[in-house]
Unconditional design. Structure first.
Length: 158
């Protein structure tokens, strides 16, 4: 009786081992497939952000020799920011004021900032209804002051 029980236990242990190994391999494969896009990304900007920046420059006729494009993550993430903390703070304050006045709403695409020196920032936002706004702020003082807003309605090109 002991020999039969030993054989049955060995069969169960073998089956359990194969199941455990198979589940482990499947888990690692899924983990690799899910993380491969972010693990080896060499850019902090998505393709959508780059395409939106290009469209905003084209539609709003922004001179990128004068205005440096800066993406949302570069403003909020100190580890990749190339801007001074003062400029970043003023950009965040300007974007917050757009949220407070209803210009920037839930569902809008991530804004792109265009910074001209230390005294002007423009924020381009593509809204969920398809319109594009460019809000200009004077950031030379302590708090940003909105100086202009340009609104472009949706057309077939974008």
């Amino acid at each position: 009786m002991d020999i039969i029980q030993s054989i049955l236990i060995m069969k169960v242990n073998k089956r359990f081992s194969w199941v455990a190994i198979s589940l482990g391999v499947a888990f690692l494969a899924v983990l690799l497939i899910v993380n491969v896009n972010t693990a080896y990304s060499d850019s902090n900007k998505s393709q959508e952000e780059l395409a939106f920046k290009d469209k905003a420059v084209e539609i709003m006729k922004i001179d990128t020799n004068v205005a440096k494009p800066v993406y949302l993550r570069e403003v909020y993430d100190e580890s990749i920011a190339e801007l001074s903390s003062d400029i970043r703070y003023k950009c965040v304050h300007a974007l917050t004021s757009l949220s407070m006045d209803g210009t920037h709403r839930n569902g809008d695409f991530m804004p792109v900032f265009f910074i001209e020196g230390n005294d002007k920032v423009s924020i381009a936002i593509k809204h969920d209804d398809g319109t594009l706004t460019l809000d200009e702020f004077d950031i030379s003082g302590k708090n940003p002051v909105k100086t202009n807003q340009i609104v472009k309605e949706q057309n077939n090109d974008w």
